[in-house]
Design a binder for this molecule. Structure first.
Ligand SMILES: NC(=O)c1ccc[n+]([C@@H]2O[C@H](COP(=O)([O-])OP(=O)(O)OC[C@H]3O[C@@H](n4cnc5c(N)ncnc54)[C@H](OP(=O)(O)O)[C@@H]3O)[C@@H](O)[C@H]2O)c1
Ligand SMILES: [Zn+2]
Length: 337
């Protein structure tokens, strides 16, 4: 089979299509004929040699978490899926025995890791991690859901966002950002999204952002949000200075979930603002398989319509990463092997 492999860690030029042996499923496993695999900033961190989660000692490395397609073969003892089934992979990998695997939520597993290998014609996966896809959800839309939408949805759950709440989403135009805006809308809450691009600002309004702030300057964003109102919650995937900004903006008792660090690993926070404001800072990573099942149901019901910026053939995978790196995209980028 053909795979799009990372052959180095100098960025998008280090993606090459290579031949690898077709996988054979062992007990509990299934092989998926990959119809679509979306890419995430997580893959780009690996390709840039800057992932906090995945080392690249062993190159070539085949990344790609968000796999949708048809089951091509199953190993012994697999009866949850059969050849020909339409499925979406939940990329969580968990130990199954720690207290969080037993009590939940599973994404806090003490051995938590992620599936990689979807940027290929076939993917060898754990059959228990496959979610059934109804005919009404196409593979490309489905592949947008796992990492970006599942993470945003889990952050909204952890920050207790309810109807009419005001949610601040800095950097609202990428995978997690667009998912956040759409899910906030679906919950009957209101969003404030930011972007540095005029073109992307227009698209944010089109997908249901209630307020759009076109700026990358912390002081300017702070002044603009002050005019709109005090957020009940912040979805922060940028980290860096956006962390203190989010804390400064939150209402008394407001909550900020943090899942990323695109704008920097560190932030200096005003500690009195945290305790006098009775605020919560919540670290959050990915979500649970039931979260993903909910998102498939919401998509099938038309409550959310995943935003796919562009589709790429397997040999255009490097181009997809270059587009992400240049901040050209709005929403998700999907490779169709
Ligand atoms: N912990 C987890 O489970 C988890 C899950 C998913 C994602 N993440 C993390 O969350 C982040 C977002 O992931 P993603 O896949 O959604 O990425 P993405 O699609 O590349 O995100 C693009 C968004 O980030 C903004 N942005 C990019 N660089 C920026 C910078 N230097 N300063 C300010 N804004 C910047 C862009 O703003 P413009 O519109 O201005 O271009 C755009 O809105 C990544 O750090 C990723 O690793 C973590
Ligand atoms: Zn575990």
């Amino acid at each position: 089979m053909r795979v799009a492999a990372f052959t180095g860690t100098d960025g998008p030029d280090d993606v090459a299509v290579q031949e690898q042996p077709d996988p054979t499923p062992a007990a509990g496993e299934a092989v998926i004929e990959v119809a679509a695999c979306s890419i995430n900033h997580h893959d780009l961190w690996i390709l840039e040699g800057d992932s906090g989660m995945v080392g690249t000692d062993e190159l070539p490395f085949v990344s790609g978490l968000d796999v949708a397609g048809e089951v091509a073969a199953t190993g012994p003892d697999v009866d949850s899926v059969a050849s020909g089934d339409r499925v979406l992979l939940c990329p969580n990998e968990t130990c199954g025995t720690c207290r969080y695997c037993r009590e939940g939520p599973e994404n806090r597993c003490e051995q938590y890791s992620l599936y990689h290998g979807g940027l290929a014609e076939q993917a060898l996966v754990d059959a228990d991690r496959l979610v059934a896809l109804p005919e009404s959800v196409d593979f490309t839309d489905a592949a947008a859901l796992p990492t970006a939408y599942m993470t945003a949805y889990h952050m909204l759950r952890r920050t207790d966002v309810g109807a009419n709440d005001l949610v601040f989403i800095p950097g609202a135009t990428g995978g997690v950002g667009v998912a956040g805006v759409q899910l906030v809308d679906a919950l009957g809450a209101r969003s404030i999204g930011t972007t540095t691009s005029a073109t992307k600002a227009d698209r944010l309004a089109d997908i249901g952002a209630d307020h759009v702030v076109e700026s990358g300057a912390i002081d300017e964003i702070r002044a603009a949000v002050d005019e709109i109102g005090e957020p009940d919650a912040v979805l922060n995937h940028l980290g860096g200075d956006y962390t203190q900004l989010g804390l400064a903006l939150l209402r008394q008792g407001g909550r900020m979930a943090i899942c990323g660090r695109t704008a920097g690993d560190r932030s200096t926070i005003e500690i009195p603002q945290l305790y006098l404001g009775h605020n919560q800072l919540i670290g959050s990573t990915m979500g649970t398989q039931p979260d993903l099942e909910t998102l498939v149901d919401l998509t099938a019901a038309g409550a959310i319509d995943p935003v796919v910026n562009d589709e790429y053939a397997l040999d255009e995978t490097g181009q997809a990463f270059a587009d992400m790196q240049r901040r050209d995209a709005f929403g998700k980028l999907v490779v169709q092997p």
